[in-house]
Design a protein around this ligand. Structure first.
Ligand code: NOJ
Ligand code: NOJ
Length: 430
């Protein structure tokens, strides 16, 4: 334990030193919170490779490894380790954590669960499957995990370590016995089946899940080719195209808005509108310099989400900071949400949702999707950052939600995914 602590402190010091070189790039408050977010996410990685969703053991109990939260976080760290501002020591530390995580996930794929296959949403941090009643399967998990591990495989290949990839990540054999191949096989064979959404509430065909699956298979097909698995490459490519066609059904032809789900099997009675921030999250989470989602419709959906949340959260009445800077819109999961973070007392804005607007605006701008709108998109992004910073306590810890009425943090404290979303938004915008 002492060893881990020392190692952790060393990493943070190195990060602080190395990111201070960026001070020309960013105003202090935004950057200080970035450093805090990196620390916050890393503090939730356990020595055995597991990633806790939050250190909170009760009210709510988030002391589990959720495949989704973990995959998004590890993908972010996999990208972060290429950052030229990072010290050699910090790089090495992150690389070691990624290695441990790869072994953790290989073991999870082989852990018996209540299901017969992948798709189990979360595990105890000692690796055992959780057997409580829960919304399962959640088929975004294997797809998001593949998006992270494919990124890692591509890095390793570029660094000349094809042998590492073959040993753990990708070998073109059936039955699959490597991390990526197993996930791609699962995704390619099961995407046509309904599953529970990222919010773990509704069994349906979900836009979020299908987009993750489509992009995982698209990128997986490319990797398969590099790994001389031509059969796999063809099959994954075909399934990706089939999903792409299916995804067209989610666009409402009258409004141009993307519906978060179709063909509901176990619907949530109170979730009536087609709007869900999941549509925006997955646009960001699959962006790699280019978008894999229909842009005009994604923008329309973002605007519609902003409009409803403006009206339903009292804190959104304030649109300016005392110093006159713009204050963006606090965004929740979906308009009818009642999950308060530990009971059903009413939904609130989430950090991941509020930051998603900033990330989307900045990447759209940087990647050339919105010519002539540079200033407008920057303003939008900065307003969203201001909104988030306004509701953080002085030490910068990030919970899951902040209250719709007074802006104070609520729900699981130190939520890994909140930190991750700050890291990805910051890296898109600064
Ligand atoms: C915890 C889930 O993870 C959350 O998304 C959901 O809203 C509540 N349980 C209620 O089902
Ligand atoms: C509840 C959220 O709805 C879900 O998306 C997340 O995976 C878990 N909490 C863990 O953070």
């Amino acid at each position: 334990m002492i060893y881990i602590k020392t190692e952790f402190v060393a990493l943070i010091v190195m990060m602080t030193l190395s990111t201070s070189a960026q001070s020309a790039r960013a105003d202090n408050a935004y950057m200080t919170q970035y450093q805090r977010a990196v620390q916050g996410a890393i503090a939730n990685l356990l020595p055995n490779g597991a990633v806790i969703a939050s250190p909170s053991h009760s009210n709510p109990d988030y002391y589990y490894d959720w495949v989704r939260d973990t995959s998004l976080t590890m993908k972010t760290l996999i990208q972060l380790q290429l950052d030229s501002h990072l010290s050699a020591l910090a790089k090495k530390d992150i690389a070691r954590r990624i290695d441990r995580w790869v072994d953790w996930e290989l073991a999870r794929q082989e852990t018996p669960t209540k299901l017969t296959d992948q798709g189990e949403p979360r595990f105890y941090v000692d690796g055992r499957a959780n057997r409580e009643p829960w919304g399962r399967p959640q088929n975004d998990g294997p797809a998001l995990r593949a998006l992270a591990t494919i990124e890692l495989a591509n890095q390793w290949i570029q660094q000349g370590h094809l042998d590492w990839v073959k040993a753990k990540l990708y070998k073109g054999v059936i039955p699959a016995n490597t991390l990526i191949k197993r996930d791609l096989e699962y995704v390619a064979h099961h995407w046509g089946e309904s599953s529970y959404d990222l919010w773990e509430e509704e069994r349906a065909m979900h836009y979020y899940t299908l987009t993750a699956q489509m992009v995982a298979l698209t990128k997986g097909a490319k990797l398969a080719k590099v790994m001389d698995d031509n059969g796999g490459a063809t099959f994954y490519g075909q399934q990706a195209v089939a999903i792409q066609n299916y995804l067209k059904l989610f666009i409402d032809p009258n409004t141009g808005i993307i519906k978060y789900a179709i063909n509901k099997v176990v619907p949530l009675p109170h979730k009536k509108s087609p709007l869900d921030v999941a549509v925006l999250l997955i646009a960001n989470q699959t962006f790699d310099g280019k978008y894999y989602v229909p842009m005009k419709e994604t923008v329309a959906t973002m605007n519609a989400l902003t409009k409803v949340f403006k009206n339903i959260y009292p804190i959104n009445k304030d649109t300016k900071l005392p110093n006159g800077q713009p204050l963006g819109t606090a965004i929740g999961r979906y308009p009818e949400d009642v999950y308060s973070g530990f009971d059903f007392g009413g939904g609130n804005p989430w950090f991941i949702s509020t930051l998603a607007l900033a990330e989307f605006a900045c990447n759209m701008d940087k990647a050339g999707y919105a010519p002539g709108q540079h200033q407008q998109l920057r303003n939008l992004a900065m307003a969203q950052f201001n909104r988030v910073l306004k509701h953080l306590p002085p030490n910068g810890t990030m919970s899951e939600q902040f209250r719709r009425d007074n802006g104070f943090e609520q729900g699981a404290h130190d939520l890994t995914w909140s930190y991750t979303s700050y890291i990805t938004a910051y890296r898109a915008c600064f």
